[in-house]
Design a protein around this ligand. Structure first.
Ligand SMILES: [Zn+2]
Length: 739
């Protein structure tokens, strides 16, 4: 899981195409050579890339989607769309095939043809238009909804509420939700895919809105009732991990997702082995379904995180998947709350989202909705960004991240953990608050980090990092804890907060932290909180506390686990909360305690910082500068001196650094903006000079340091393994190529 978009859901290494294949791509030996005819014989297989074992989607760098509607066959100009996508130099375009609405003359029963299709074969025209321009075509499908005539003919295909009624769509109530445990998924959708594969030379299938990454919802159809009988009960009302039946359902749900995914992928490949099925995994850092398990069936992982709304911070676009093609969708339309489907979002927000996708190692997928737009402002935003990407493509072929810090992505905690005061909604007051608080502090401290999914916790995944940072991974399995213990025993450093390892992966409380020996701390009572107006007292000097001159007190966490410590000097003690009102009552009744607020210890080469309170979440909720500084100092201390990469200068920026095919690339994203944590960014505020120090592989000589946006050579110095230079400024996004 390299950072970004799940998802930034990740910090993992992205699939790296073979150099040979890419070389061919760029020397005119075109592995995407396609049939030039606008008409395709049934079952025509595309010439495949015989020179490389990498499938086409593994070397794809740019992707587009036009999501047309039922009425569009009346007006849409397929050739004009072909020209537009060609002007973006995309490798692939997603085109609406069918599912809810068929955009071609389907013969599959109950596959609803667009009522405006007339004699057109819009899908066929669109596929031909992009293929003529040597662009791959992926059929975009929707498996989630169908019409009432289908409901009458096949009642068994549909989801049911508890009273047995079908579930109409809230905005389009003439459509009804289909059930993924039914044969609609195992028979009807494959029949449609096969029909499309037979008649059109598609390179893959994509389903909108499935499987998504949200919590599985409960269906009461006959199929699902039988499923629950097998699991040993009736469908539960609460999707809560403390319910043993729900746990079984969660796994059955993931198993069914993987079964359907495998089936659809095999159907996609029947006529064309290089074809692929790709599902839709929407969401941001807050994902419920197990990405690690899904990643095992997904050759191409799409993060459908098209933009942000409300309090979602600008850095939410991240990926956590390992070793897969990862795309992330940028919606060009204004998908805030409220939502506008047919006008562009601000150029600055759109560009930064595309930039973040790219910086984090994902492939940008640019999306517009509606085949005959009346707002065309978005077109140039995508075109200029994609053309810039294409012109600099070698520098975006990443081999590996060179970050020294790993942030644990605590999947089960995000999915299931909730303290009473921290129930969803997402973003503030939800289970990702811990992660977001740490993330913000890491940005302020200008740390480079990767995400490591908890499912990937092992010695091999961790050994390249100097420290592992764990934002309240309350739910961890014995095996995951053992991996962390081994990492620390072999010299790795650790920062962890609050209830980390307090519960099993299913939320069963343990009598003590599973990592008590690593933390040097033991659970001494139940969680106390939420309580404002509590403090941490500085009891003894420590490098982490060096920046706090002039105060004996620091803000305390809103929640804490009372702990006792193992033979470690008390550095920060807890001052319990006391009344904040009225002012006459505002004084501590117990100003000195021996209860540790944090434990900082060294063992062998490892440094360990454990915070008994939810300092990360409290920092995120309060915006408190001291808590951010405390986290930054702790990260600095656990990592140790002499970072591999440092960028100093004004502003809030996010930094990614990659070893690339030609050398290295340093990506800098300018988040210095009043709309960084409440979208959308309306304009960029440029930053001044930044001093960069970048460690390269031993013995390597750098000949050129170039800024790519806009192009400029930079003066630099190399001393041993460090390259130093000054970057004159950052507008919104800058990439420096070291070659
Ligand atoms: Zn069902």
């Amino acid at each position: 899981m390299d950072r970004r978009s799940f998802l930034r859901l990740t910090t993992a290494s992205v699939v790296t195409p073979t150099a040979e294949f890419l070389h061919k791509l760029h020397t005119g030996e075109d592995p995407h050579r396609l049939n030039d005819s606008p008409h395709f014989a049934d079952g025509l297989a595309l010439p495949q890339n015989s020179a490389s074992s990498s499938p086409w989607y593994a070397v794809m760098r740019r992707c587009g989607q036009i999501n047309y509607n039922e009425r569009d066959p009346l007006t849409i100009d397929a050739e004009a769309w072909g020209d537009y996508w060609a002007s973006l130099k995309v490798d692939a375009v997603l085109l609406n095939g069918g599912g809810i609405v068929a955009f071609y003359p389907t013969q599959v029963p109950f596959h609803h043809r667009s009522q405006f299709l007339g004699t057109r074969d819009l899908f066929g025209e669109m596929v031909a238009a992009v293929k003529r321009r040597r662009i791959r075509a992926v059929a975009r499908m929707d498996c989630n909804l169908a019409y009432e005539d289908t409901l009458k003919a096949h009642p068994e295909w549909f989801e049911r509420s508890q009273d047995g009624s079908p579930r109409p769509h809230s905005e389009s109530p003439w459509l009804f939700a289909t059930c993924m445990f039914s044969t609609y998924f195992s028979e009807q959708m494959p029949a449609i895919y096969r029909e499309i594969s037979q008649h059109y030379p598609v390179d893959g299938f994509f389903t909108n809105g499935w499987p998504s990454t949200g919590a599985p919802h409960i269906c009461y159809c006959e199929n699902c009732r039988r499923l629950f009988e097998k699991l040993g009960g009736v469908p539960p009302a609460e999707t809560d991990a403390s319910n043993p039946l729900y746990r079984k359902y969660y796994q059955a749900h993931v198993d069914r997702v993987m079964e359907i995914w495998r089936l659809w992928d095999s159907v996609a490949r029947e006529r064309n082995p290089q074809s692929v099925y790709v599902g839709n995994l929407g969401g941001g850092l807050d994902t419920v379904k197990d990405l690690k398990q899904i990643s095992q069936v997904a050759a191409w992982f799409n993060a459908d995180h098209q933009g942000r709304s409300g309090e979602t911070p600008i850095w939410d676009c991240q990926s956590v998947m390992q070793g897969r093609t990862i795309t992330n969708v940028t919606g060009a339309y204004s998908n805030a709350q409220p939502n506008w489907r047919h006008v562009s979002k601000a150029r600055a927000e759109m560009t930064l989202w595309l930039a973040q996708t790219t910086a984090s190692g994902m492939v940008p997928w640019f999306h517009w909705l509606g085949g005959s737009p009346e707002d065309n402002r978005w077109r140039e935003v995508g075109r200029s960004f994609f053309n810039w990407l294409a012109a600099n493509e070698p520098n975006f072929r990443n081999r590996r991240s060179v970050a020294e810090l790993a942030v644990l992505y605590p999947q089960r905690t995000v999915a299931f953990y909730s303290r009473p005061e921290s129930r969803r909604p997402r973003h503030r007051g939800g289970p990702t608050d811990y992660l977001q608080g740490l993330y913000y502090a890491l940005l302020e401290g200008r740390f480079l980090f990767d995400f490591v999914h908890e499912g990937n916790l092992d010695a091999a995944a961790l050994q390249k990092y100097r420290a592992l940072l764990v934002p309240n991974a309350a739910y961890l399995s014995d095996g995951q804890c053992e991996a962390i213990r081994q990492y620390v025993n072999s010299g790795g450093s650790l920062l962890a907060t609050f209830e980390t390892s307090r519960y099993t992966e299913w939320g069963e409380p343990r009598p003590d932290f599973q990592l008590a020996g690593v933390f040097g701390a033991h659970v001494a009572g139940e969680v106390i909180g939420p309580r404002g107006n509590s403090y941490a007292r500085i009891e003894a000097p420590h490098p982490i506390l060096e920046g706090f001159n002039g105060t004996a007190l620091l803000p305390g966490a809103e929640n804490r686990v009372p702990v006792r410590e193992d033979f470690v000097p008390l550095v920060l003690s807890v001052v319990s909360n006391y009344p904040a009102f009225p002012p006459e009552m505002v004084y501590s009744r117990a100003p000195r305690t021996t209860e540790p607020a944090a434990i900082f210890r060294e063992t062998g080469k490892s440094r360990i910082a454990y915070f008994a309170g939810d300092v990360d979440r409290t920092c995120w909720r309060s915006g408190n500068a001291d808590l951010s500084q405390l986290l930054q100092s702790a990260v600095n201390w656990v990592r140790g001196p002499d970072p591999a990469i440092s960028v100093s200068g004004p502003g809030l920026i996010e930094t990614f650094a990659w070893e690339t095919e030609p050398g290295y690339a340093l990506h800098l994203l300018n988040y210095t903006n009043p709309n960084a944590t409440h979208g959308a960014i309306r304009r960029a505020y440029p930053l001044g000079p930044q001093q960069v120090r970048f460690r390269i592989a031993s013995g390597r000589v750098i000949k050129n340091v170039r800024a790519l946006r806009p192009p400029a050579s930079l003066k630099f110095q190399q001393q041993a393994d460090f390259v130093s230079f000054e970057l004159p400024g950052i507008a919104d996004y800058e990439v420096i190529a070291l070659t």
